[in-house]
Design a protein around this ligand. Structure first.
Ligand code: ZN
Length: 595
């Protein structure tokens, strides 16, 4: 034991912690080599050791680090590929993918919500089966490379507990939803507050997948389906990917799940209290994994196994979904490639890009099976409570509201200009593969300049931000002072959809929405009334047009007429004393638009 008394105390504390960890380890440990049919899910350490052993067991498998998580430990990626001879890092992965050229990529992300870990167990079980069958593995990997993130939310996974998924049937222990910063990582793909998201974005662009599966467990209503799916919203995905998802891929996947004996429904986001009145298609904006992926032409599925089905059933359902997607990609690889090419081609030369959607009142009819429900008096509250009856099922057509229309089209300029001062924005653009050119000399450019004419900020934080809701932007052409090293971004590049989504303040998840430009939304200098009185008098005396406008303003505005300070402020804002940069949106656009 160390001689220093403070160190002694620390040492005793460390021993206690170690003993406690030993205890929990013993309690939670699942047999890493068993088939995933128990009510246990592996810890982060066990998971990584399982994936290490899987990588050792197969020449086509490699475990690499994609980056660090907020808790300091690495985020791993497990790669299955016939081309993966020597794979050490993301650079190697990128070269491998470039070399394999026309091969599809499937990315499977697990434990973004570590309380919903069925994808971890399902991935392990599926990989074990695949690598044990040489012929099957050759058939699958001839058509595609596959990347698994064994556990994405490492900090949450380390925060094991028995009970925070209050409405879920198993496993015995699991991680927590929030990461080491208590962020929900499935809201972090655009703002990238977490190091996890930075690692994900690096992996995503190195691997460049055509299909993404993000594995989850539901919240909400009760019904017989073991698996539900949120596909990339087809109208938001656009005419190429959208019709392929809606007409080809979704029907094939639902049929495949049916064939495997796993009843599957679109995600049940009920219009009323129960699904009987209809369900609504979820609009997964780019803060979510699949909403992010589609900005780069990748089709996404959030696989949501049902929370009240036992854990082994959920694992099996998730495994069946992985099988269904792999089978579809293998059989339809040429079509998927053609769709991918057509999607990339459709952005070259477009003059506007949709950045905001709203659901229409239109519905289709969906064959749905539900549990009967009734209302009973609650002995706790004395009020009516909802109760499902598992023994009585109904089957009928219900309305399915999954049609969205474009609300905002962003007109594409020839280029944008962003001052280097906005380095957090620049870093995120660069991480997402946006190419930009540094301006060589200090200069002044005539650019289209937007002023935010009204916005509200949420009063309470959401995922570390007070989200902004935009009212309007007023654009004019003005000279803008720029400095060597500021950035010019041409719109003639493959990541156009991402650029419009984040740079147009009206986008659901624009950088404006997520507070990146908040310091521009504040006036810095003011005036003292007793001094400005004289200045205002001189201004009015020397400028007849100003005098006329001022009288008109007072005429039409009672509040202004009755408020002396407001009148002086009106004149201050019309004077050369007023700063030109308050509420100026610091992303400037070329005067000319893309033709
Ligand atoms: Zn989830």
């Amino acid at each position: 034991m160390p001689p220093n008394p403070r160190l002694q105390l620390l040492f005793v504390f460390a021993m206690l912690v170690a003993a406690f960890q030993g205890f929990t380890q013993h309690y939670t440990s699942s047999d890493p080599f068993a088939v995933a049919d128990d009510n246990l899910t592996p810890t982060w350490e066990e998971t990584i050791s399982i994936f290490e052993s899987l990588a050792k067991a197969c020449d086509q498998a490699h475990l690499i680090e994609a980056g660090k998580s907020d808790v300091g430990r690495p985020i791993h990626a497990f790669i299955l590929s016939l081309s993966a001879v020597e794979l050490l890092d993301l650079k190697g992965l990128e070269s491998m993918r470039n070399a394999s050229g026309e091969k599809l990529g499937l990315l499977i992300n697990n434990a973004i919500h570590p309380g919903e870990p069925c994808g971890v167990d399902a991935s392990i079980a599926w990989i074990r089966e695949l690598i044990a069958d040489e012929e099957a593995m050759q058939a699958v990997l001839s058509a595609m490379d596959i990347a698994f993130i064994p556990m994405y939310n490492v900090g949450g996974a380390l925060n094991r507990n028995c009970c925070t998924r209050a409405n879920q049937d198993g496993p015995e222990e699991y991680g927590f939803r929030g990461n080491a910063r208590n962020l929900d990582l499935n809201r972090d793909f655009i703002k990238m507050d977490s190091r996890n998201a930075m690692a994900f974005v690096d992996l995503f662009h190195s691997f460049s997948p055509q299909v993404l599966i993000d594995t989850h467990t539901t919240n909400g209503a009760n019904y017989p389906y073991e698996m539900t799916l949120i596909a990339t919203q087809p109208d938001k995905a656009g005419p190429v990917l959208g019709s392929f998802i809606r007409e080809e891929m979704e029907p094939a996947l639902y049929a495949s799940m049916e064939k495997r004996g796993v009843p599957t429904s679109p995600y049940v986001y009920s219009l009323g209290e129960t699904p009987e009145e209809g369900i609504v298609g979820f609009l997964e904006t780019p803060r979510y994994s699949t909403g992010y992926a589609v900005l780069f032409g990748c089709i996404g599925f959030t696989a949501e196994s049902h929370m009240l089905k036992p854990f082994p059933v959920r694992v099996q359902a998730t495994k069946s979904f992985i099988e269904s997607v792999v089978e579809f990609m293998r059989v339809r690889s040429d079509d998927l490639m053609a769709v991918r090419t057509a999607e990339a081609a459709r952005w070259s030369g477009v003059q506007s890009v949709p950045v905001r959607w709203e659901r229409t009142a239109f519905s289709t009819s969906l064959q749905f099976e539900g549990f009967e429900s009734r209302k009973e008096i609650s002995p706790i509250t004395g009020e009516l409570r909802l109760k499902y009856d598992h023994t009585r099922r109904w089957k009928k057509e219900i309305p399915y509201f999954n049609q969205y229309r474009t609300l905002v089209e962003s007109v594409v300029p020839d280029y944008w200009v962003i001052p280097q001062a906005w380095r957090h924005v620049v870093e995120r653009l660069q991480s997402n593969g946006v190419t930009m050119q540094a301006i060589e000399n200090d200069s002044t450019m005539l650019l289209r300049t937007g002023y935010i004419r009204g916005f509200t900020s949420a009063s309470r934080p959401y995922e570390g931000h007070h989200l902004n809701a935009l009212d309007s932007v007023e654009w004019s052409v003005a000279p803008v002072r720029l400095y060597a090293g500021d950035w010019l971004i041409t719109s003639d590049q493959p990541n156009l959809r991402y650029l419009c989504e984040v740079l147009d303040a009206r986008g659901h998840d624009s950088f404006f929405t997520w507070n990146f430009f908040d310091s521009s939304m504040q006036q810095k200098e003011y005036f003292s009334e007793y001094v400005f009185e004289e200045t205002a008098a001189e201004l009015l005396a020397s400028d007849s047009l100003l005098r006329y406008s001022f009288e008109q303003a007072k005429e039409s505005n009672l509040e202004l007429r009755q408020d002396a300070r407001a009148q002086l402020n009106w004149l201050y804002r019309a004077s050369p004393n007023y700063e030109g940069t308050a509420h100026r949106y610091p992303v400037f656009k070329s005067i000319s638009n893309r033709q």
